[in-house]
Write a protein that binds this ligand. Structure first.
Ligand SMILES: Cc1ncc(COP(=O)(O)O)c(C=O)c1O
Length: 359
């Protein structure tokens, strides 16, 4: 089976550090945690980076840092993984679904402006499948209305717009290091930001509510443990060292796919000018006459793993039932997009030939 993604990390790359960690018995809150945080800061250009167990916990912490409460409205991109809406729902706030562009799959600026009310307390812009196209325009609107912008950059490590890396554009950016992502720690996440005012919040909240005062810990607040262990941070550090190379090779493969498939009527996810896309997922809208689900089954029969682009959140059973606010473009993309394998072991010729032969 040709898999959708293959991790860019081997045991050989981590084994020396793993031995060191096992020998020392120092499994958490050590030098690899600090080194991984520094890699994230250096790479993205963000002033602060905190590690979390996932993008979901990072997004939750961003909402908590902004003091989003029950009844507040949070406008979110509607084409995403359900975690984007779930974090809003979990704290009792109301997710307001903003429709997306059929070209970039990202939140449309007009949609955002139409949906802002006096109850809007934050915006979550999703870099759909790693593509940050349009985020600066969304940032401009958020600034105009004085609304904080959270970037759900779960898929976007390595991407940038206008020469600014994801992680250094919005008020907060949340990354995922799940195995479907380019850089994986098994599970894991991070949150980045530049505003000094949030440092104490994250220092305390991500350490069980404890504050170090006069050499003694005092539990000054309630807090959480969303830490990443040392072993996982070693994995992250190793992949950072080759991230740009990974992004470049995925972009080369994207060109090969595009050349072969656009003539068959497949439409690739578009980028704005000045965007570098990490190609976290390589996604096309299938030609009109093709049923995407049948195509996924056909490819499976040919030994090729493929899947949908991602979800229309307002069309998932829970959110459709509760809010009845389905967005047209996001629903269309949910039905018509396909993600194809993209990594070093992929034979693009084989896959595109199978697609050409599909009737
Ligand atoms: C856009 C988006 N946001 C959030 C998440 C959740 O990430 P995690 O699994 O790290 O919690 C995902 C996961 O795929 C995602 O694609």
């Amino acid at each position: 089976m040709i898999k959708l993604i293959k991790p860019y990390i081997s045991f050989n790359e981590v084994k020396n550090e793993y031995e060191e960690i096992f020998d020392s018995g120092w499994f958490t809150k050590g030098k690899f945690v600090e080194a991984f945080r520094n890699e994230i800061k250096n790479y993205t250009g963000a002033k602060y980076a905190y590690l979390t167990t996932s993008a979901t916990t990072a997004l939750t912490m961003a909402l908590k840092a902004l003091k989003i409460r029950a009844g507040d409205e949070v406008i979110i991109s509607d084409f995403s993984f359900p975690a984007t809406a779930n974090v809003v729902e979990e704290i009792g706030a109301i997710p307001i679904f903003a429709d997306v562009s059929l070209e970039t799959y990202n939140m449309r600026p007009e949609e955002l402006e139409n949906k802002i009310t006096s109850k809007t307390k934050a915006v979550i812009f999703v870099d759909a499948l790693g593509n940050p196209s349009g985020i600066h325009k969304i940032k401009e609107i958020c600034q105009k209305y004085n609304i904080p912008l959270i970037e759900d950059g779960a898929c976007a490590i390595g991407s940038s717009e206008n020469g600014v890396k994801c992680g250094n554009i919005a008020d907060f950016t949340c990354f995922s290091f799940h195995p479907r992502k380019l850089l994986t720690t098994g599970e894991g996440g991070a949150i980045t930001f530049n505003n000094d005012n949030y440092v104490e919040f994250f220092d305390i909240k991500l350490n069980h509510g404890a504050k170090l005062e006069n050499g003694k810990f005092d539990f000054v607040d309630f807090g959480y443990n969303y830490r990443l262990p040392e072993l996982q941070c070693v994995m992250g550090i190793k992949q950072f060292q080759k991230l740009d190379q990974i992004v470049a090779s995925r972009n080369e493969m994207k060109i090969q796919y595009k050349r072969a498939l656009e003539v068959l009527g497949y439409k690739i996810q578009k980028l704005s000018i000045n965007v570098i896309h990490n190609v976290q997922s390589l996604v096309f809208v299938v030609p009109k006459e093709i049923n995407r689900d049948k195509l996924v089954k056909y490819l499976k029969g040919k030994g090729i793993e493929s899947t949908i682009g991602t979800y229309c959140l307002s069309n998932t059973s829970y959110y459709a039932h509760k809010y009845n606010d389905m967005q047209v473009n996001a629903k269309y993309l949910e039905k018509t997009t396909i993600t194809l394998p993209c990594h070093d072991d992929v034979d693009v010729m084989y896959i595109t030939t199978q697609l050409k032969e599909y009737k």
